[in-house]
Design a protein around this ligand. Sequence first.
Ligand SMILES: [Zn+2]
Ligand SMILES: [Zn+2]
Length: 415
Amino acid sequence: MKAKIYRGTKEIGGTCVELTAENGKILWVDLGAPLDDKNPDIGYANKKVDALLISHPHQDHFGLMEKVGVDVPIYIGELAYDFINTTKLFIGLPLLKGNHKKNKPWQTFTIAGTFKIESFLTDHSTPESFSFIIEADGKRVFYSGDFRATGRKKIVFDKIIEAPPKDIDLLLIEGTMVERANHIYLTEESVEEGIYNVIKKQKNISFVISSAQNIDRLVSIIRACKKSGKKVVIDVYTSWLLDMLHKQSGNVPTMEWEEIRVFDHPGQMERITEKSFDEFRARIQTNRIGPDIFKKPSDFIYFVRNPNMKLVDKLRKYGKINIIYSQWEGYLKEDHKQYFTDNINALKVDKDIVYHSIHTSGHATIPDLMKFAKAINSNKIIPIHTAFPEKFKQEFEKNGFSNVNLWEDGIDYLI
Ligand SMILES: [Zn+2]
Ligand SMILES: [Zn+2]
């Protein structure tokens, strides 16, 4: 078997790994969109392959997946599929079309009669994210995907450390955090505690800024609300994501939970006018926040990506408003500018706002990466999904690893 990384040996974003078996069958693992415009060439994504395997529903892993066309089988998690379609639904884009083979964590299956796959659930900032063992021609590749050991699913990290898979020839391991410091908040529990400490004494509303798909974070907010007697207001999009998650597991929040209210954003309600959403719309009406927010704003937390300035202005008179920024700081800089960047930066210096940064990363720290790599005990370790491969290698070598190799994008390596 041969392996090639199209992008990712020196960048975070646009992850795509190609595995070619001796019989000529080609499997891609992830086909992400680049996260910046430094290297806009995505010509490789038009190549003909036998199948595509997606690790999780983050843009940098699935963003170009529709480029393989509607015939090529795309192996994707059930929840990942539903989350991607939820985003499409609320943006107003056509839903996914194609040959999707949906799977669940811990399954084993064979792709193109050649690649034997074992999927592992990882602890990451989206509820369903996979690592894979891909086996062909007697060789075994472990693809870590994105993971951490500090979230609400830490147990799945511990599980691999305690009983690691055997006989791994090649480990492709993410290295996001090599040059990023984690925050003063090291775990999801400490984020929960940090949010609780802010909201328990709030005199007005708090906005928590994070990705709706980061359900771990929403759970942290819900738990902080429970302890402080507050309620979290989510939007229609987030409510639908929770319903999708609920299909997979009963033990997850829904809009009916005591600590949750829904803001029935008119633009979002317009996306769900079809008959199939009748019951969902009725539930939104039952659980909507309505004008209650103005009775006692200090009872509420808004979970949003971008606070609505009209709402902020209406609430100013009640006292200082908290903005709890709870995602990667990089989004506030010019390099990784998002639609909300200017608004949040303006709020940061607003006289009526108290700004807090309370976040922990979805990615493993260097010590956790090493713990993981040590357990997997592969012949070779290749860093991927990192902007600093040399630093990755140095850090690992300082700690006794002598098997870290640095690859180049677009080159075939024999495993
Ligand atoms: Zn990710
Ligand atoms: Zn990623």
